[in-house]
Design a protein around this ligand. Sequence first.
Ligand code: 0A1
Ligand code: ZN
Length: 876
Amino acid sequence: MRTDTQTITRLEDYRPPDYLIDTVELDIRLDPAATRIRSVLKIRPNPAGRSGAPLVLDGDELLFHGLAVDGEPAPPDSYEATPEALTLREPPAGPFALTVDTEVNPSANTKLMGLYRSNGVYCTQCEADGFRRISYLLDRPDVLSVYTTRIEAEREEAPVLLGNGNLRETGEVEGTTRHFAVWHDPHPKPAYLFAVVGGDLARTAKTFRTMSGREVEIAVYVEPGKEDRSHYALDALERSMRWDERVFGREYDLDVFNVVAVSDFNMGAMENKGLNIFNDKYVLASPDTATDADYANIEAVIAHEYFHNWTGNRITCRDWFQLCLKEGLTVFRDQEFSSDERSRAVHRIAEVRTLRARQFAEDAGPLAHPVRPTRYREINNFYTATVYEKGAEIVRMLKTLLGDATFARGMERYFERCDGTAATVEDFLDCFAEVSGRDLGHFKRWYEQAGTPTVTVGTAYDPQAGTYRLDFRQETAPTPGQPDKAPLVIPVLLGLVAEDGGRLDCVSNNLREDGLFVLESATDSLSFEGVRSRPVPSLFRGFSAPVRVELDLPDSDLLTLLRHDTDPFNRWQSAQTVALRLLTALARDPSQAPRDEFPDAIGAFLDRSGRHDPAFTAMVLALPGETEIAQEIGRDVDPDAVHAARDRMKAALGHRLGERLRSLRDAFPPEDRYSPDAASAGRRALRNAALDLIAAGDPAGGERLAAEQFERATNMTDRLAALVTLSLIPGEVRETTLARFGELYAAEPLVLDKWFALQAAIPEEGTLARVRELMNHPAFAFSNPNRVRSLIGSFAMANPTQFHREDGAGYALLAEAVLALNGTNPQIAARLLTGFGTWRSMNAPRRAQAQAALERIAGAPNLSPDVLDIVQRSLA
Ligand code: 0A1
Ligand code: ZN
């Protein structure tokens, strides 16, 4: 196996650039196969760099056409041009202008990095290092330049021409059928925020008046004919802009803000300055084609990209090790926005579910890495749940530790001090250390140490003395490259609940008024006095730290919390903990019979559910997922046993609670008019969670209900939920309904994605053949990342029993797909490959199969750096 073919980039090797580029003037002549780019760079030596060093500009698969220095053609021996670099051997000692001509082929660009065509629309993707696929440049985030971009194209092919910044000029190219637009972005930015778009696009727009009274044209561009699906995104954008003004005091800083939806995109969306480019799945929404979850995602992604304007663009990253500086912080900001716009408690539960399913799993496997890694071979492989979601949890912990007011002052200082700079995690933390007067050196370990800490808690109650003690111990298991772990600063928000649910008035030596206890060492204790009855501890309220908690409370105590805790997160968590205990026991020993206590407790909860938000009740009804059960088991996992345990528990719940669930559904009949607001979505979520359980307890009855809901549904949320329920009940009805759905939405790629995904997730032996057949479906294409993710990604990530088949056929399928994509789109290939992330926790026969599949990939010829990096780390 090759091990030394890739260079490793290390954080400790960071050096400032030898040259700075003050301005970049681009002239881009769009053409499907031969786009020409002329770039004029105003360059000067960086006083902080090495003087007299050669100038090495980055390139990637570029066709070089010519070079001039200060307007004079450069002599051939003064430089070297390869597709990967342009080196000027002895650059002038002072400022100079470099003019470079390059050519690229957008139609042949299947990697979807740099300039490419999606459905006939020219677009770009430059993060992390895609600019170098357009023209030679110092393609690193600490080189900030002012960009002016002239874009030229055939008017008929590309009537819309968009760039970063403000529009300066438009016109015809005389004597031709071509036209042009000139865009100027006054804010210096790194190359990864550069973008252009050219195509036939339909525009929906409105005027936004900023807090200081400036008028900004905000617009969403989509494929013509889909304008009616762009309104929700535009509305979400307007709400995001208002929220950032109100909550963070951040005002938008250009005259226009454009969002463009494209159908081929490697990720979710991209925050290019003033010109966000989106995967169309995070823009297009109509009640008939998008679910409530889609609407919520659109709102969150629109907000996320917009919030980057300050956390990412105005303040960018010094180097890619600092990725969490913009991503963790921006995820935190979009989560806060969604929590304000929707139900905070329900949103928090959803965040934690995602974190556990994705990030905890990553942290427990061979790809575990710190939120701020210290080395990488391929940066594109570090857009991970750890950098994003755990990164957001770190910011949230900072807020919890410092308190809202101090946190707000820290953010204010960060915006003031670091505006216009390429910053580091240290710069960020310094602002909070200064305003709080605290040393955050220890806290910083969260950025440096990988792995999910486990906090074990013991309790001791002395009724005679009226004292109560909580004994905490924290531990983090070794992760790749980090065998020894140090204690972290762990904020524990807690409260004590009386057994009868009443308040327990007691005093503690070491508890902040709002119930915060900070665990800073490996072990520590917290004592209470004046405790008149045995307390039930409610720990890590609101999930105050991204840790696993081990606490041996009897189920009855947990059910007390489900009933009485004032913290909604822990009300939900306590039911999950009981369920998880039962599920792991059942998975380990299938001879057990599910007992009735849990269904009865959920039944009692439902009887009181009139007091709850329906969305919250729906969350309580959803059992922990198979991934979470597998994580709890930890090693030698048998995914079939996990699945069977969960299935039996669902059936038991459905069986025991059938009547109540049916009357719950009756209490929330479908609404005549669809509205995507959180309250309506919550009612639909509850109806559909009930349907899911009813069908588990009574498949024949559930099938009838679901088939009826499918027919009558007036929106995609209810129709898809019915189809998901049906997909779990083998038989004629399922097959005919699936076929009908496929025909009904044959012309809707984003809806077909849901259809692909749900079929790939059917936990039955026949699914492998079904997936193979769907790979030949006319709507499936390896060239479209959404199709690949929906079919292959869903199979690998959402169908544990079939992906981890004991015969290895699931692994073989994924390996095949990875190799099929390795050459054309390495980013997507590498991301798919992370589906193997949990292979080491499987039981022996599966481990052997997974290892063999990974080794086959590792041994394949011409592996991309992206795939090579993941496969090697997975096997290490
Ligand atoms: N910065 C974007 C994520 C992103 C990263 C790389 C990309 O390349 C294909 C695209 C987007 C975000 O956080 O939304
Ligand atoms: Zn982001």
